[in-house]
Design a protein around this ligand. Structure first.
Ligand SMILES: *[C@@H]1O[C@H](CO)[C@@H](O)[C@H](O)[C@H]1NC(C)=O
Ligand SMILES: *[C@@H]1O[C@H](CO)[C@@H](O)[C@H](O)[C@H]1NC(C)=O
Ligand SMILES: *[C@@H]1O[C@H](CO)[C@@H](O)[C@H](O)[C@H]1NC(C)=O
Length: 345
């Protein structure tokens, strides 16, 4: 069933029947028309000219053989679309709200795609005070597209972990989503600190710290990135009993240690290091986060990171005003920036 779905997704992708992908293709087509005209005039002027084939290629159909992971392309090749996956999550928390608003403010995406299995998300499916606050922002709402996605029950014939089905299913969904559209995938608790455009010139950029596993919470990728299909394929060795085996361990061991050239390696700037993430909730005055482009807040996993320090906390816009740890400062800066943009509208 998974294979059928995957095949179907590929089909839709190739035939380009989706209205959104047609819209996305407009710009590259326009650009390639100009480039083609330019290239043809060059041929006309210099009969022996040597035109690089990539020059007239449609960005949407890019092929990355011999792509340089350090210099990247000279222009943006990743669409400015932010993707979120929300399985079985109807209510927006304050942190979800903050992260969505910060990503929209700092990245200025063309679209925000919310892939969810919640029925009628824009029409009563998503709920709560913070969803109502999101709905009040017309500019943000007009950029949001809801896309129906089903939670997988198996991968290549292997049933997903019963307890972690939502998490392992979301790991798989983000790979398939990126293979279908490309763009910027963010976990719901990733706080974007800086605009991420500089990564949009690469085949795929992900956080991979020295000696560490892969961070799958932020993915900036073209849909044809070679790593994506290899990563999905590595799920033939799926381990239901290990939390981060397929999302972070195996892709490093089986793919990246052998082929580091297929990834633009981000060392720390996407904030995947869970020890550092914990400091944002425990270490007053810690400023290390300021050099990051994004941070995986890990708010839903603080317990698992350091159980002895765990104090259940519910964040909201009132308590955050006096929250003394670094996350308080980060959140207040987002709220102040939002306040400013809203008061100048
Ligand atoms: C979805 O969430 C509800 C309530 O939180 C829970 O009872 C249910 O088991 C969840 N479904 C899955 C597939 O995890
Ligand atoms: C690019 O790939 C090389 C291997 O060819 C690797 O050593 C290097 O770290 C990579 N650079 C980046 C920025 O990912
Ligand atoms: C937003 O700005 C108004 C003034 O324009 C100010 O009174 C209010 O305290 C600000 N709120 C926040 C959360 O910064």
């Amino acid at each position: 069933m998974v294979l059928v779905y995957y095949h179907h997704a590929q089909q839709r992708c190739r035939s380009g029947k989706l209205p959104l992908s047609i819209r996305l293709r407009k710009k590259p087509l326009f650009a390639s028309t100009i480039l083609l005209t330019f290239a043809l005039s060059a041929v006309f002027l210099f009969s022996s000219s040597d035109i690089h084939p990539q020059f007239v290629e449609d960005v949407d159909e890019m092929d990355f053989d011999d792509f340089n992971n350090e210099t990247g392309a000279s222009s943006y090749i990743v669409p400015n679309i932010i993707h979120y996956v929300r399985f079985n999550m109807t209510e927006y928390s304050f942190v979800d709200y903050l992260c969505l608003r910060a990503a929209f403010l700092r990245q200025r995406p063309d679209f925000v795609y919310i892939h969810t299995d919640v029925p009628h998300p824009g029409n009563g499916g998503f709920r709560g005070k913070y969803w109502d606050m999101i709905k009040m922002n017309k500019k943000l709402m007009s950029s949001i597209r809801f896309l129906r996605i089903e939670l997988a029950s198996e991968i290549f014939g292997q049933p997903l972990s019963r307890d972690w089905r939502v998490y392992h299913g979301s790991d798989i969904a983000r790979i398939r989503t990126m293979m279908k559209y490309g763009g910027i995938y963010l976990d719901n608790d990733v706080l974007v600190l800086q605009n991420l455009d500089k990564y949009r010139r690469f085949e795929i950029s992900m956080n991979w710290d020295e000696g560490d596993t892969l961070g799958s919470q932020v993915i900036v990728a073209h849909k044809n990135a070679r790593f994506l299909s290899r990563w999905l394929d590595s799920y033939h060795d799926y381990r239901a009993d290990i939390w981060y085996y397929n999302a972070g361990d195996l892709p490093v061991k089986a793919i990246l240690n052998v082929h580091p050239e297929i990834l633009h390696r981000v060392k720390g700037e996407f904030g995947a290091d869970s020890k550092k993430s914990l400091k944002h909730f425990t270490e007053e005055g810690y400023e290390g986060w300021r050099k990051n482009d994004a941070i995986h807040l890990l708010v839903n996993h603080l317990y698992s990171v350091k159980p002895q320090d765990f104090k259940p906390l519910v964040f909201d816009e009132e308590m955050i005003q006096t929250y003394k740890f670094p996350f308080g400062q980060m959140a207040r800066e987002v709220l102040a920036a939002l306040n400013e943009t809203e008061s100048t509208l």
